[in-house]
Write a protein that binds this ligand. Structure first.
Ligand SMILES: [Zn+2]
Length: 111
């Protein structure tokens, strides 16, 4: 595999997939950027491991911390809120209770 340009390879990142050859190994260049998405406090970068195809992101110390809900559910809700949907509509679309969506929304607005 040759070079893929300056953006490929986050050598300080390691793959979080236990099954992966490069699990926890840094400096192999197997982790590449897979885009970004916006959250309340900035940009979260998404990564993908070229070895196993696992995607993950750089969310630490974000809204997801300490929540028991799967983070993709939270992200889904937040993305609906971001495009201007109301709490009730977001709850309906994501199958999350209104109260919960409200809580995430408040949390997001505070951060
Ligand atoms: Zn991997």
């Amino acid at each position: 595999m040759g070079k893929r340009g300056p953006k490929s390879g986050y050598t300080h990142m390691s793959c979080p997939n236990h099954e992966c050859t490069f699990y926890g190994v840094t400096g192999e260049g197997n982790v590449v950027s897979n885009g970004t998405y916006r959250i309340q406090s900035g940009i979260v970068r998404k990564f993908i491991c070229k070895e196993c195809g696992r995607t993950f992101n750089s969310r630490t110390g974000t809204i997801m911390q300490g929540l028991h809900t799967p983070s993709n559910k939270v992200e889904e809700c937040i993305s609906f809120l971001d495009i201007g949907l109301g709490i009730r509509a977001t709850g309906r679309l994501t199958d999350v209770s209104k109260g919960t969506v409200k809580r995430w929304s408040d949390r997001r607005n505070r951060l």
